[in-house]
Each structure stands twice: as C-alpha cells, then as structure tokens.
Design a protein around this ligand. Sequence first.
Ligand SMILES: Cc1cc2nc3c(=O)[nH]c(=O)nc-3n(C[C@H](O)[C@H](O)[C@H](O)COP(=O)(O)O)c2cc1C
Length: 388
Amino acid sequence: MNVHPKANGAYRYRRARALSYFISDGEIVVFNFLTNRSFACNARCLDVLMQSEDWRPLEDLFAMTEEHRTSSLVEEIAQLFSLTALVVEGDLIATKDTEYADTWEWGSVTAQLHFSSQDNLTVSDQMAAEIQILRAKDQPSPQLIRHGDPKDGVALPPFRMDSELKAVMRTRRTIRAFLDHPVELPPIADALYAGLGVTGIVSTEIGDHPLRMTPSPGARNAFEAYIFARNVPGLAENKFYHYAAYEHRLEPVDSDDPLPSMDAMFAENQPWVKKASLLVFLVAHFERVMWKYINGSAYAHVFVEAGHIAQNMMLILSEHGLVVNPAGAISHSLIERAIGENELTHSVVYALAVGYPDREDDSVSWLAPEFKIRDELLAMIRDQKFQG
Ligand SMILES: Cc1cc2nc3c(=O)[nH]c(=O)nc-3n(C[C@H](O)[C@H](O)[C@H](O)COP(=O)(O)O)c2cc1C
C-alpha cells in the first residue's frame, strides 16, 4: 500500500538530483534541468543543499533556521523549494526527479542538454528572419558550403537521373502548403514500413534484434512511431495511432485528455500544419540504447537514427506525390502526454507533416519547374519500366 509521507506525520525533503552548478558573473548558479529553473545560490544555500543528500524530515530544516536565527535563511530555504533545488517527497517534481535518478544512465551533462531543450520556445519564422538580417549586418553568416578548386582533384561524372529512386530523391522538397485532400492508407503504410517496418530478426545470446530498412545504433531500435490522422480514409478523424512495427498495424491511442490542436503540437507559428492530412511523430526510447551503451555519446546516435527513418519515410511519400514538412520545433510534453509516452526516457524528437502540395500557393509555385522535371521523369521512368 502506498502511504503518503504526510501519513507518518512528517514531510521529507532532499536535494533534487537533476541539478547542475556553474559560476556566472561571480555567482554560483544552480540549474534544475528537469524544471528549467536556475538561480544564484549563496554559500549558506549551498550548505543547505550539501546537507540535503538523502530524505530528511522538514523539522531538520526548521532546526537549521533556528540555529542561525535569521529570517533571511528562512526566505532562502523557501526559495530553494520554489526553485526546485529542494524537493518534497511524493510530489510531482520529486517523483520526476526520482525517475531521473533511477532511469537516466547517460550522466548529468547529456541530461542537461536533453531536458533543457524540451519545450523550449523557439522564435517564429518571421522573427528568425529578422534576427538573421540584423545579425548579418555585423557578422555575416558562416559559409554554408566549402567550395573546391575547380582545377584541383578529380571531376566526378554528373548525377544521372536514371532511376525512379534518384528522381524521387532529387525532387524531395520541404513543402509547407497542403491541399485539404485525404491521404489513403497505402502510401502511409509503405512509409511507416520503409522507416520502421521489421524486415528480419537476428537472434543473439542477448535476444532478438528486429532489423529494418533503416540502420539503428547497435541494432537497439530506439524508435516508436505514431501518426495523428486528420484526413485519412479508414482511420478515425483527429486521432492518434501507434505503429506496431512488428505486426505492421496501426493501433488507436485512447486518451481521456482533450486532444491538442495540430498547430499546438508544432512550436509557435507554424500554422500551415493545420492543413496537413496527417502528422508522423518519432518517439525515442533512450533506455533501449542506454542498456547497451553506457556512454552518453550514444545520445547523439539516437538523433542520427531519427534522420534515417524520416528520410526513408519522406522518400516513399514523395514517390506517391505527397510532400512533407519535417519539423524539430515541436511541443514535446504536449505530444508525449497526448500519446501516453510519459516515461522520462521516452522523448518525441521529430515530426513530419504530410499532405498533397498546394501548387497554387505562393510558397510552392516557385517550385513549379522542379515539379515539372519530377513529373516528367517519373512518367518516363515508369513508362520504360512498364514497357520492360
Ligand atoms: C532536423 C530538422 C528540423 C527541422 N525543423 C523544421 C521545423 O521545425 N519547421 C519547419 O518548417 N521546417 C523544419 N525543417 C525543414 C528545413 O527548414 C528544410 O529542410 C530546409 O529549409 C531545407 O529545405 P528542403 O528540405 O526543401 O531541402 C527541419 C529540417 C530538419 C532536417
């Protein structure tokens, strides 16, 4: 039976585990990377934190303040709680903090990077453009490509557009203007399969490793995929589904919480996403990789895996005449709550907004020549293929 700590007559507290410390402007700054709160901490507060390693009854803190007989220490201790440097046993923050201590095996540096980048507001497209224009006045952007010497080295034969695969690869583009058209299940099924479908199993003394069309660090298969169906015949409207990769099935995700809107799932000011026919979310299960790789450098490999999966999905969707807006600027907690991926080591890292392109839209019409090449090429290649 779960007994609330209060039932024993005493609340207990301890120092949060998710803290990092650094010196800035001559002050010691303490940062809780799970709650994203930081504050300057004086020597006395640090002393309180040092003495709060394990759960202690709150009376110990009262005793400490009585000893010093200063009201400022009382205020400082209250601050330590409100800034989540000290946590109270059994409350939500302490529970998350304990989950962090128990499950995050990649150390506090990787944790700080990961958790402090969750749900962080990004600037809107327009603001980002303005910031870049301002910045470029004093400090031009670094070169985005390293030019070679045309007289040096070996000139490579030109890229030959001689297969459907190459034509699809060549004409993939991020498109942010969608037609309000349904997307049928077959291209979605193909895309999910190309990203995460199980094409084989390798059995070792450790267990079975699913193999896919996409590589995975240590064959740890870090990802699960979910889709949010807005306009997909055969699926409920505005509903999340989990892709059960082994069975190649979509399972409805049931939730009592109200559904977030599509544009809320993407970080601020990406309104075009509302017209996408579906969204795909890639959710990392870090513990699968941690289990094998105890070094935090494996954290980066998980994100590389997401890129492989997403690219395969995008190419398949492109082949079907669909377009995709890949997005990293997403509302992590909102999505994770909606799909029930609440474990601390589970994290949505990438989203794809999918639909048919609105070729009349200003943001797409400049791509008309690209679409023309693509359509002609695909028609030609398919024609040749079907004629043998
Ligand atoms: C990791 C990653 C994150 C991205 N995040 C966003 C995003 O949040 N919103 C968006 O509109 N585009 C996003 N993009 C798309 C890029 O803006 C786009 O790929 C880039 O402008 C180049 O255009 P292209 O994809 O047509 O080649 C992202 C792309 C990548 C690879």
